[in-house]
Design a protein around this ligand. Structure first.
Ligand SMILES: [Zn+2]
Ligand SMILES: [Zn+2]
Length: 360
């Protein structure tokens, strides 16, 4: 089976996605669609173009499927083959990896490479593996998770974590004050729900959390991969390393940064701080700790799943009121079945369709 010519790929993918399943208001598809479209435009070594595998299932053989096996291995779904010899066969082991992935990412469990699964795999995401801790029953964990051993910062109260920016590892198109403001906001989301406060310090040696932007291989065995693909990663407690991929177009304001591959700094920072605190990935799509984030998307408000996960580790901030939180969560947009963010993605997706049709 040969992949269709690139020029035809997007319209074909769009119509497959449009008609392949009902458009449920609770799970609007445009964020997935925009990810597919973006990946056709922006080449990435990790992601490549996975759409040629659409609808592959048990027994299929598609040239290059070993790439998908490498992806599943990279994010904790397939054990290493012991050599570099992944085959292109959709075998039983691969099918169970697909099923586990679908469960962990909150997708319909079909065991096939359906459109939802493929577009989720092609979405930019966090580099931290989704590997659940040994012994965790995958069937029952449709929510937040922890790293193996459930590590947290063990200090006497009040818990104050200090952070510092590595001045040699910043990006030149954002000012230090913009970066600092985005991080202050990101830390404040967590500080509002747990009794932990965060304070910037300038003594890089003494800080708990070390933040910087890095390119490619940067010495921790988790090389970054260029535009989109992996966006960032952070280490579990009490390591404190917090790395962002310098190849991304980081944005603090989408009105100012027009690039269609722009990634919201505060959103990614909020997610990675969750890892720094000890949270692993969540399978709740709306949660900040869900592993993927589409470009030009702001996702900074903690959801109840994030709150419960962090409070189970650190307890509750005395000023946190669950009722107020639930009220604001409910009023923040799901009453008509789509949040403002997903509505803007809908607009974005249709702009992509128009642009593509005009260019065809
Ligand atoms: Zn992550
Ligand atoms: Zn790193």
């Amino acid at each position: 089976m040969h992949p269709p010519p690139r020029k035809l790929l997007f319209p074909a993918t769009f119509f497959i996605l449009l008609f392949s399943r009902p458009c449920s208001p609770a799970r609007p598809f445009p964020d997935r669609l925009s990810a597919v479209e973006l990946q056709n435009d922006v080449r990435n070594d990790t992601w490549r173009d996975f759409s040629k595998y659409l609808d592959a299932g048990m027994g299929s053989r598609v040239t290059g499927m070993s790439e998908l096996k490498r992806y599943f291995n990279r994010f904790g779904y397939l054990p290493s083959s012991g050599s570099d010899s992944w085959t292109d066969d959709f075998d039983g082991e691969f099918k169970s990896a697909v099923i586990t992935y679908q469960k962990r990412l909150g997708l319909s469990v079909t065991g096939r490479l359906d459109s939802d699964t493929m577009s989720t795999m092609m979405s930019p995401r966090c580099g931290v593996s989704d590997d659940p801790p040994p012994g965790v029953d995958i069937h029952t964990t449709r929510h937040y998770g922890y790293f193996y051993g459930r590590p947290r910062w063990n200090r006497s109260a009040p818990l104050i974590l200090t952070y510092t920016f590595s001045r040699d590892d910043m990006i030149d198109y954002l000012s230090m004050s913009d970066v600092r403001a985005a991080f202050e906001q990101a830390f404040s989301h967590w500080a509002a729900v747990i009794p932990v406060s965060f304070k910037e310090v300038y003594d890089s040696k003494g800080a708990d959390i070390h933040i910087g932007f890095y390119s490619g291989n940067h010495g921790d065995g988790e090389a970054f991969d260029g535009v989109l693909g992996v966006l960032a990663h952070a280490f579990s407690p009490e390591n404190g390393r917090f790395h962002l991929d310098a190849a991304e177009t980081w944005a603090v304001d989408f009105k100012r940064e027009k690039s269609k591959v722009a990634v919201d700094l505060e959103s990614v920072a909020t997610h990675e701080i969750g890892h720094v605190l000890g949270l692993a990935h969540s399978s709740v799509k709306e949660a900040v700790m869900y592993p993927s984030l589409s470009p030009r998307t702001k996702k900074v408000d903690l959801r109840i799943d994030d709150v419960e996960g962090s409070q189970a580790l650190y307890g509750k901030n005395p000023n946190f009121k669950l009722d107020n939180f639930l009220q604001s969560e409910n009023s923040s947009g799901n009453s008509i079945g789509a949040s403002p963010a997903s509505l803007s993605l809908l607009t974005l997706a249709f702009i992509f369709v128009l642009v593509h049709l005009l260019n065809a």
